[in-house]
Write a protein that binds this ligand. Sequence first.
Ligand code: PLP
Length: 393
Amino acid sequence: MLRTIAAFDRIGEENAFAVLARATELAGQGRDIINLGIGQPDFPTPAHITEAAIKAIKDGHHGYTPATGIKPLREAVAADLHKRFKAEVSPDSVMIMPGGKPTMYMAILMFGEPGVDILYPDPGFPIYRSMIEFTGARPIPVPIREENGFAFSADETLKLITPKTRLLILNSPANPTGGVTPKAEVDKLIAGLDKFPDVAILSDEIYDQMLYDGETHVCLLNYPSIRDRLILLNGWSKTYAMTGWRLGYAVWPGKLYDYARKLAVNLYSCVNAPTQYAGLAALTGPQADVKRMLTEFDRRRKIVVEGLNKLPGISCATPKGAFYAFPNVKNTGWKAKPLASALLEETGVATIGGPDFGVLGEGYMRISYANSAENIQKALARMLEFLATRKAA
Ligand code: PLP
């Protein structure tokens, strides 16, 4: 009998990948599937970025790089954070990561152990809770409520902190709700954290360029009082349509940087070299594609929200960020997961039930509008027909 550690029985995953697999299977059977389930841009990576990777291969960048990433890329990240937020960041605190997820993995691993608490958003990205459980720490959900515009509540978050709390995970703009926490609320939260100097903060800002209606991003690097305990998670996946390249970055404080470097040396050595050159071209090259994609997401956002609000039993607040809508489906008579499943099986529209993002996700569905406006219209028409004719299971 193999005797593996119990932690592996506690590790979770992302149901979005299971829905993608089922959608692909149905499509393989000849069904016309519209995927509003997956959280990745439907645009190709801009050409100047892919060309930079090809050039890097041709130029002979095929070997290991430093575990923390090539220096020009770390410098470009620091310069980009300064350009966009006036944030002062040393390239020596920037680490190039193989995607956004490894930063949350490492950060949670650094603080999680039995007997401690880690706070995370619910509904929120499912990997936070999964990794917390993996370490044996107690996951404490921070409620993210529709009545707050799916923003964090500073008061509610601060009330959950105890002497056992080691790490607080924040995410704005947020997956799965599209919620954006206003600056006043962030100010209040950070001021309140002064009372808890032992609590580290992981700020997942991977959607920081995906904001609408004139919103501006509140980057936590700009709060000096928490800089010595702030871990910033960001990356290229969403902004530059680079999910499959596996490229992200973290800004680590103090000694955590070296812990992360050692974890990288033990786990993957470095991010693949051509991908790092692609990331460099993305940050230092023209940003017109980012703007173009965002304009298109904004157009679709309006179509999705307007369409969802016309469906019987569904109401949808207008998301201010990311590329997700999080409609309230409580008045349809359906529970969210059976509804998502019936929609996929019977109409070919893939969505994700809110409970896949935490218990407070019940009564909601995540609709990704990273699909063409035409497909979104088609999906909404199918959903309308379904809800008008099909009794709740
Ligand atoms: N953080 C959030 C909030 C996300 O939604 C995602 C991806 O869906 C990630 C991190 C992970 O990004 P990556 O694909 O770069 O690992």
